[in-house]
Design a protein around this ligand. Structure first.
Ligand code: FAD
Length: 453
């Protein structure tokens, strides 16, 4: 071993969590190696948040162009030129890659474009066969899309493939009712595809407020999206000319689709990581088991992000990694991420967001008598002007005599941007009285949060 192969910290995976951990550890003076065989930035930058939001912005623009036409703008209606848009999207992503490379250089992190595999609790072998020794190791290998084990599954695509599309498919089936199905379905529908969702359960976005999810579905239906609930997929079959049909458990066949996407969850990337060589424990679902300090059962091995069972969100992976490095190298022995009141947004059309408990969770926790729910259902001004049917629904969930705000749920234009500030307030333990005492900003959608009665 020598200075080139000995490190204070070896980070396996250069996505949201791995990069954040590497940068923070290096800023505290640690000597860091980072192993990432693919593009820097991981899922979020390459096949997740960033390209997804770019597509959402394109779809949102398309919907605004339609509204503009209703308002008297004389516009020539032409569909999006996907190829041109993708050039803009990928240029933006290339800028993020370049900025990561520059920051890695500047912070003295040794970046190896290789896979890593544990040989023992302190040794990582990279895919070139070189062995590195680390006092500590951070596992940040993220996850990948899961395909259900049905015959013909290879005929279906996954979210990674969505970002390879250069043209919009005419008819699309999405299997799943979670946020990836809703987001990709919304984008495709808004950009001109005919989209059908096939959902195993009986509602969209389990874990989000049920009323908001139902309103979102209704809105999407008005834009032409079709949804089938209680659907048990049994098989995919080729239907000629590259098309695919879905067969359900009763043998019922769907119409042929040009593309079928699975949005049926993600699995942690732990295969071939050599975890067994170091004795790192997994939980029953295959995630790397960590405690509230992001420590695994092996003293010097830590894990953050989607390879663990926490909320699969980029800011969660980043925050967990930074706090861990502050604790290990930054002289902050109590530093750790508290997994509560984490705001999250689904980039549907319109977006839906939540922070804190749903009404159902609050009732289960505090009892019906202690919970009060306030609602505002309204038409955002642009939609009212254009006489478009889109409605917003905001819900405030309060608990106890002092009506502490324990949950805020927003569906509607601007929900994605409005939620962040209220997330700060809710973490600080505000009551409904605090909202009532706050003077509104008029005319906005956001003012409805402080005006709910
Ligand atoms: C379609 C989609 C949309 C999303 N939208 C959002 C959103 O809007 N907002 C949000 O907050 N989150 C979103 N997410 C989730 C977010 O992308 C993830 O939570 C986040 O990327 C997790 O970061 P991570 O560092 O744990 O893993 P990743 O970002 O997945 O990075 C893991 C990295 O490890 C590398 N790796 C794997 N195995 C090895 C190995 N053996 N050796 C070396 N490297 C390895 C991989 O190549 C990868 O680059 C989305 C995800 C998807 C799929």
């Amino acid at each position: 071993m020598n200075a080139q192969t000995e490190f204070d910290l070896i980070v396996i995976g250069g996505g949201s969590g791995g990069l954040a951990g590497a940068f923070r550890a290096a800023a505290h003076g640690a000597r860091v190696a980072l192993l990432e065989p693919a593009e820097l930035g991981g899922t979020c930058v390459n096949v997740g948040c960033v390209p997804k939001k770019a597509m959402w912005l394109a779809a949102d623009t398309a919907q605004r162009i339609a509204l503009a036409a209703q308002l008297g703008f004389e516009l020539e209606s032409r569909p999006l030129d996907w190829r041109e848009f993708i050039v803009h999207r990928q240029r933006y992503i290339a800028g993020i890659h370049a900025s990561y490379r520059k920051r890695l250089d500047e912070s003295g992190i040794v970046w190896m474009p290789c896979r890593g595999r544990l040989v023992d609790a302190h040794t990582v072998e990279n895919s070139d066969g070189a062995r590195l020794r680390g006092e500590r190791i951070l596992l940040a290998t993220g996850g990948r899309p899961r395909r259900p084990p049905v015959p013909g599954a290879e005929l279906g695509l996954v979210s990674d493939d969505f970002f390879q599309l250069c043209d919009p498919p005419a008819r699309v089936a999405l299997i799943g009712g979670g946020y990836i199905a809703v987001e990709l379905g919304g984008v495709l529908q808004a950009l001109g595809s005919q989209v059908e969702l096939f959902v195993r359960g009986n509602r969209l976005l389990e874990g989000f407020d049920h009323e908001l999810a139902a309103d979102l579905l209704e809105d999407n239906r008005q834009h032409g999206l079709r949804a089938h609930f209680g659907h048990a997929l049994a098989e995919l079959q080729p239907a000629g000319a590259g098309k695919v049909v879905l067969v359900d458990a009763h043998g019922e066949r769907s119409e042929p689709f040009d593309r079928v996407f699975f949005a049926t969850g993600r699995v942690p990337s732990t295969a071939s990581l050599g975890l067994e060589n170091a004795g790192v424990a997994l939980d029953e679902r295959g995630f790397v088991q960590v405690d509230e300090w992001q420590d695994t059962n092996v003293a010097n091995i830590h894990a953050v992000g989607d390879v663990t069972a926490g909320p699969a969100l980029t800011p969660v992976a980043i925050a967990a990694a930074r706090r861990l490095m502050d604790r290990l190298y930054g002289g902050k022995p109590d530093s750790r991420l508290e997994f509560r009141d984490i705001a999250t947004v689904v980039f549907s059309h319109p977006p839906i967001g939540k922070v804190g408990m749903t009404e159902q969770e609050a009732r289960a926790r505090f009892g019906d008598a202690a919970v009060r729910v306030y609602r505002a259902r309204f038409r955002p001004m642009l939609h009212a002007l254009a006489d478009s049917p889109q409605r917003s629904l905001f819900k405030l969930v309060c608990a106890g005599d002092e009506e502490r705000v324990v949950g805020l749920h927003l569906l509607g234009e601007g929900a994605d941007e409005i939620l962040q500030g209220f997330a700060v307030a809710i973490r600080r333990g505000i009551t409904r009285r605090d909202l009532e005492d706050t003077v509104a900003i008029h005319p906005t959608s956001a003012e409805e949060v402080v005006l709910m009665r």
